[in-house]
Design a protein around this ligand. Structure first.
Ligand SMILES: NC(=O)c1ccc[n+]([C@@H]2O[C@H](COP(=O)([O-])OP(=O)(O)OC[C@H]3O[C@@H](n4cnc5c(N)ncnc54)[C@H](OP(=O)(O)O)[C@@H]3O)[C@@H](O)[C@H]2O)c1
Length: 251
């Protein structure tokens, strides 16, 4: 098995070389009840969520393939501002094949980009906003600066959800009310921690990258207060070379 060839090993039977539609259908299974909050991460075997401060060094062709397919399936891509800044996000635009698949499935050509930020350290002049095919949403707090909120409101819908932190439950409710119930979160670890703690998480897609990083990298969730462990059920395991692509849903 080479490059981005992806096969299913759980549940059996396995097939060799799944096509994009087959993979998309595996990731759609059981997500009919909306809102549905899916989170996608890549981690090294020893739990690092970054290599040299970014996720790219942990990723491979199979991870990137699933990453793109997950964007095909959602109404909105939700990302914490720390990840938006670190990873240098641009406008939320999928490729032509994904755009065709989305339209055929009755979705908008591109997902809405929703960004979570307390500081509002986001540039309204950036391509994220200026080149957005769908008007972005910025979730923030009532303690954020009113003048910064006003500047961002020129280029995005600004929603206040909480006093000093964005409350995940309120945010998910607003997205669902806007008809954006297929919520796909691409991180990062602080936002993921809040989604777990709030009970809003339905699914984790985790790529286990076949490497050991050691060092002091963050793990995939952090920050939130300790909570009772959330039980998850394995929905499928895909494999590509030595890379595992795991899908867990809330038990
Ligand atoms: N391995 C992977 O798959 C993966 C995926 C994503 C990210 N990452 C990595 O993770 C690192 C970033 O980590 P991070 O924990 O800083 O990411 P993050 O959760 O995206 O960013 C944290 C920031 O997002 C905003 N935020 C998140 N949740 C919030 C809430 N409930 N209320 C208000 N604001 C909220 C705040 O922004 P403000 O500061 O603007 O207030 C906060 O400082 C990067 O190195 C990135 O490469 C890895």
């Amino acid at each position: 098995m080479t490059d981005a060839t992806i096969a299913r090993i759980f549940p059996l039977p396995s097939e060799e070389g799944l096509g994009d539609d087959g993979i998309a259908s595996l990731y759609s299974d059981g997500t009919e009840g909306l809102p549905w909050v899916r989170v996608n991460f890549v981690s090294s075997i020893d739990g690092a969520a970054t290599q040299q401060g970014l996720s790219a060094g942990l990723s491979d062709a199979a991870d990137r393939r699933v990453f793109a397919i997950l964007r095909r399936l959602c109404d909105v891509v939700l990302v914490g501002a720390g990840t938006v800044r670190a990873e240098g996000y641009s406008a939320m635009r999928v490729d032509d094949a994904s755009e065709r698949a989305r339209v055929a499935a009755g979705l908008t050509p591109h997902p809405v980009f929703a960004i979570v930020s307390a500081s509002l350290d986001l540039d309204p002049a950036s391509p994220i906003f200026q080149q957005a095919p769908e008007r972005p949403i910025v979730f923030t707090t009532s303690l954020s600066r009113p003048d910064t909120r006003e500047a961002l409101a020129e280029v995005a819908d600004v929603e206040i959800c909480g006093r000093d932190r964005v409350e995940a439950g309120a945010m998910v409710k607003i997205l669902a009310e806007r008809g954006l119930g297929r919520i796909h979160c691409e991180g990062g670890p602080h936002l993921f921690g809040d989604l777990i703690a709030s009970g809003e998480l339905d699914e984790l897609c985790l790529t286990v990258s076949p490497r050991l990083e050691a060092g002091v990298a963050s793990r995939i969730s952090t920050g939130a207060s300790p909570i009772a462990p959330v039980g998850m059920r394995l929905a499928h395991t895909l494999v590509s070379g030595s890379t595992l692509l795991l899908r867990y849903v809330k038990a």
